[in-house]
Design a protein around this ligand. Sequence first.
Ligand code: ATP
Ligand code: MG
Length: 573
Amino acid sequence: MTDRATPNENENDDKRPVGKNFIRVIIEKDIAENKNNGRVHTRFPPEPNGYLHIGHAKSICLNFGLAKEYGGLYNLRFDDTNPSKEEEEYVESIKEDIRWLGFDWEDRLFYASDYYEQLYEYAIQLIKMGKAYVCDLNADQIREYRGTLKEPGKDSPYRNRSVEENLDLFERMHAGEFDEGTHVLRAKIDMSSPNLNMRDPVMYRILKATHHRTGDKWCIYPMYDFAHGQSDSIEKVTHSICTLEFEDHRPLYEWFIEQLGIFRPQQIEFARLNLNYTVMSKRKLLTLVQRKLVSGWDDPRMPTISGFRRRGYTPESIRDFAERIGVSKADSTVDIGLLEHCLREDLNKRAMRVMGVLDPLKVVIENYPEGKVEDIEAVNNPEDESMGNRMVPFSREIYIERDDFREDPPKKYFRLSPGTEVRLKHAYYIRCEKVIKDEKTGEIIELRCSYDPESRGGFTPDARKVKGTLHWVSIPHAVKAEVRLYDHLFIKEDPGQEEEGKTFIDYLNPHSLEVTEGFIEPNLASAKVGERFQFMRHGYFSVDPDSKPDALVFNRTVSLRDSWAKIEQKADA
Ligand code: ATP
Ligand code: MG
């Protein structure tokens, strides 16, 4: 383990020692050997066909984080080669998400579509070298001719067209003379290569679609595989870090670069992030949005960056998570509990601890004077004295949590029951004197209690011990709020693994959202959208964008129960 090299100014303030993963080893070796004059330049290349998810966050933290760490530069480049699925809305959301994560690409925002002219020139160059040809086979035939992993492919009957004929046909494709699907431009490589990507892959196809940036200027579009590597090369990207599925494409990217004699980035692959109880494919996430199974891309149950943001996650916790999961070459699934653990660690230090009752039971303190109100001092966060104190009003009528009272308490029940005494957090000791029930239903509707005036602040002069401490709110002062409680979006650990006759939709958790009404201490009446709090004993909450000054809405970001803390403690022991 080594310490992070030179922390950048606006780098996160986390000083945790970081492991030297295999990508760092490669980069440090390149720097030591003065490869590319010691330059480190990376990029994040999203396709603007959906919102970013937590897997993309891993890739962003890795690509941009490494460049920062080694004093290099990083680009944001939209790989927008598929006009039919791409939209400006996605471009904007991606930019917003990356900024929120804490990265600034300065003036290095690019689009593959910036390079359409250059890519077209490259294609002509390859045709002239006899390395590319126009093929009239249709998509099905091309697939048929490609062969399989066991069988070599067959040459296209159009493979040996002359350079002149190819130049003429490609120019006519470009001019819009042909219909979609009638012609493609293919690289002339090797139809018997063991690597299917090398069997004369398609470089250009005809698409009479309007592009979100170039409009109707083009009717031929480069394939991702022809655009991606050259775009990295044009940008002089030194380390082109991508996910494992591109490993088999690397020989093709290198072939193009070599034929064209242009700058050669080094591609390094790592395993993509999978999280349990969710799906990460953009196609599946889009299905959830389109079928209105969630409220949108930023639904707090979505694994999207915008979903996590709305839910109340901090960018710091996501960056910490990305660092902790590390990078490897082996596919694995990460427990969502680890992400939640990173979040709790962060919020524990900075969220103000307040009181909110989500399932209220009325308590009347019979010996407390009617009409009297006391301001009780409460610590904002015992982890951080600098966060100071605040005043919370206390009165004769309060709510406690229904679950904090049992008429017939089981053994080891330390909360309130008839005749027992508990502490009200920051306030007084109370004893339950009487239980009032609805005559018809038998439901407990109210408790009559007494308080010990000597116990103000939660301690008595005789240091009498009580086992339980309850949170509470004063009824006349409490603020009503809508509270949204979340559970996993899917009931199955791996919802992407679809059993026969089922789709991932069948594994949606019907209880993933539960809406309830809570009563919150009045200090939160003016809470702003995005503000985060710990509701004592309930978890961390944040103010949802749906919230209005007279109709507060809180999301439960995460509960307090942390299975990962226990796992870490065991590992340390
Ligand atoms: P999908 O397959 O869901 O459509 P994608 O990988 O095609 O997603 P891109 O927009 O092409 O989406 O992704 C941009 C970058 O993010 C790529 O370099 C890709 O390797 C990386 N990436 C995508 N998903 C993950 C993931 N789960 N973990 C790590 N990196 C990822
Ligand atoms: Mg992709």
